[in-house]
Ligand binder design. Sequence first.
Ligand SMILES: *[C@@H]1O[C@H](CO)[C@@H](O)[C@H](O)[C@H]1NC(C)=O
Ligand SMILES: *[C@@H]1O[C@H](CO)[C@@H](O)[C@H](O)[C@H]1NC(C)=O
Ligand SMILES: *[C@@H]1O[C@H](CO)[C@@H](O)[C@H](O)[C@H]1NC(C)=O
Ligand SMILES: *[C@@H]1O[C@H](CO)[C@@H](O)[C@H](O)[C@H]1NC(C)=O
Ligand SMILES: *[C@@H]1O[C@H](CO)[C@@H](O)[C@H](O)[C@H]1NC(C)=O
Ligand SMILES: *[C@@H]1O[C@H](CO)[C@@H](O)[C@H](O)[C@H]1NC(C)=O
Ligand SMILES: *[C@@H]1O[C@H](CO)[C@@H](O)[C@H](O)[C@H]1NC(C)=O
Length: 627
Amino acid sequence: MIGFSFLMGTIFALSQHFLYRWLHHNLMEDEKDKFRVVLAGRALAYLAKVAFGGCVILVFRQRIWRTFREHALSVLTIDQFFGATEDPSLFMNTEALYTAPVLVMIAAVIWIIPLATIIFSPGALTFGNFVELKSASQQVPTMDFTAEGLTDWRYPVPVGNGSTSKRSLMYYNTTDVQAKTPGWFDYYDQPSAELKRIALLMAYSTNEYPNVKATGRQDACGGNANCTYEQSFVAPGYQCEEVTDRALDLGAPFNTSVLVPNGRNLYHAEVDHGAYLQPQNAVFEDGPGGIPIGEPPEDLGVFKSEPYLWIGYAVNSTVRLASDDPFIRNWTHRYVPHIVRCTHMETKYTVTWNWTEPLFHTTVQREYLNPIVNTELTRLGNGSISGDPQPSSNYISPRDDVARYKRVASYHAVGSMFRQFIRGTVDLVAPLPGPSYALVYSDITKTRLVQPNVHPKENLTKELESFYTDLVLSIFSTPDMLVISNETSVVNRTLIHSSFIYVPIRLWQCYAPVIFVTLLILLFGALTIWEDGTTFSVGFSRILVTTRNTTLDHISRGACLGNDPFPVELMHTQLRFGAVGGGGSAGDGLGHQGPGHCAFGVDSEVAPIERGVPYAGLRQRTKKSEA
Ligand SMILES: *[C@@H]1O[C@H](CO)[C@@H](O)[C@H](O)[C@H]1NC(C)=O
Ligand SMILES: *[C@@H]1O[C@H](CO)[C@@H](O)[C@H](O)[C@H]1NC(C)=O
Ligand SMILES: *[C@@H]1O[C@H](CO)[C@@H](O)[C@H](O)[C@H]1NC(C)=O
Ligand SMILES: *[C@@H]1O[C@H](CO)[C@@H](O)[C@H](O)[C@H]1NC(C)=O
Ligand SMILES: *[C@@H]1O[C@H](CO)[C@@H](O)[C@H](O)[C@H]1NC(C)=O
Ligand SMILES: *[C@@H]1O[C@H](CO)[C@@H](O)[C@H](O)[C@H]1NC(C)=O
Ligand SMILES: *[C@@H]1O[C@H](CO)[C@@H](O)[C@H](O)[C@H]1NC(C)=O
């Protein structure tokens, strides 16, 4: 029984472990199911307690008799030993502690086992959030400007159920709406309404990030998750460089003399030199479509050049002017002029999207591939532009490679929206004689490119590039655009789930000591049984047969009801378990010669019980049962 109890206890503990391990990170939606499995775990903990406790109790009962034999103990102590499993007053009993410390310890273990098993072991299973990391291939939105090139506005590309169609970034004029005349072609007119809306929203939002769809994270991450992924695509980009020192060599249309403190301009941008003509140089029929009268001019719709952005701005260096400075009449602090040139480039973007609630973050690498229209304007000595940009072989004509023309046109459309925000000037009236104030002739002050005091940001070169990047990325906010498509990408998703969390160490911190101590007690019990040669128990029948001693009758006279309180002097009588009435004494009243029988008695009348001795009736009983 002892061994079996121990085995069962171990099995129950293991079952609890495996149940919890199964529950670990197991997504369970139904509250009733959660309730059931928690109860099942506790039931196993309880069964383990019963089994381990049973094992220890059996050993305790075995060992109790050894103590009674070895020591004369007060009736009170004997009582407390019998009741040790329900009544903790044994642990206050100094007599018990002195005479049988091991037994008291075993009794203590009986009390501690439920604590470890029932109370603490279910604590290994908690409920909480866990973060699931998963890499999966899934559809994410991407940008593909070749789609513009491959689409004819006459044949709309349906979207979803077909009630709407994809939107282009630009509007076209044409030489023939019916597309029947030989040599007909479409040519660029202007940015489309959708692109204008996207650009205005982004530019005026003054956010430091692109505009995205409200559900951008769910769409990209495939449900309510956080995720990151990287993607590459080719789109227009502006490459800006500071050219303050060599602006005139590069053909800048202005020099630093227009900028504060020499001039009035705090900001000065010329962004339209050589831009696509609006309207084109032709005589149009009445009505829409920009259909030229007669033979279309040779250069109708041709992109001859893409304008450089020439941007001058002055930065308040916050250094006070020296008293002999030529500008001291009107200025208090030194202003440093800068000139920046930006080139519109076909750019390979590598974007890392980090969608983490509640925001998102993009890390963008730009690799500039080639100028969108690779031509240069020639400037005359007096600053005016001479003739057409060169070389003319790099012109992009609507008659040749239509796909390329339309792609370039869409780049141009996005760039023209950007140029719209940054062209113009901002003047600053000098602080002396004062007052100083700014005069704004540009939309740039509505964007994030300026500081609150309308001074352009100091690192404008980088800001211009990233502003344009965010403008391009903002096209993602309208998935109906032609250039937005889907691609398969490896997305690293992090999902936060609520579920059971099992910490095995906590379970085994409870069970390991229990199993170890119980095993020690089990071995101790086995040793005791082997020494005793028999097993013992503490049922009523055992009390009955071990108290048949006339001395006890004398002592307990007047207390035969078993009433409470028991007479105090009786409680303190020392008794011992042993062989009574051996050697032919009148112990059993029958005058038997022999070893007598075993019972409690006062210390002086009992002899030690010896192993193998046939105490009263034991041999006959054995023989009978053998027969
Ligand atoms: C995403 O991450 C944030 C911050 O770590 C967290 O608060 C949020 O719960 C996460 N959302 C999901 C759906 O995992
Ligand atoms: C700057 O331009 C002005 C005319 O716009 C001209 O008078 C001046 O000489 C130029 N400065 C330099 C350094 O070329
Ligand atoms: C396109 O056609 C319209 C209508 O004829 C005209 O107003 C517009 O200027 C044309 N666009 C260009 C770029 O020529
Ligand atoms: C330049 O910066 C200094 C220091 O911040 C400030 O006192 C001064 O007013 C600024 N100049 C102008 C014209 O705003
Ligand atoms: C510079 O200051 C003087 C007097 O202090 C004033 O007469 C002149 O108009 C100012 N010039 C400018 C450009 O404000
Ligand atoms: C994504 O952003 C969150 C919060 O800004 C940050 O904690 C996390 O490390 C980022 N992940 C990556 C892969 O950069
Ligand atoms: C610049 O010079 C060219 C010829 O050399 C002339 O045709 C043009 O009108 C001049 N422009 C200005 C602004 O003086």
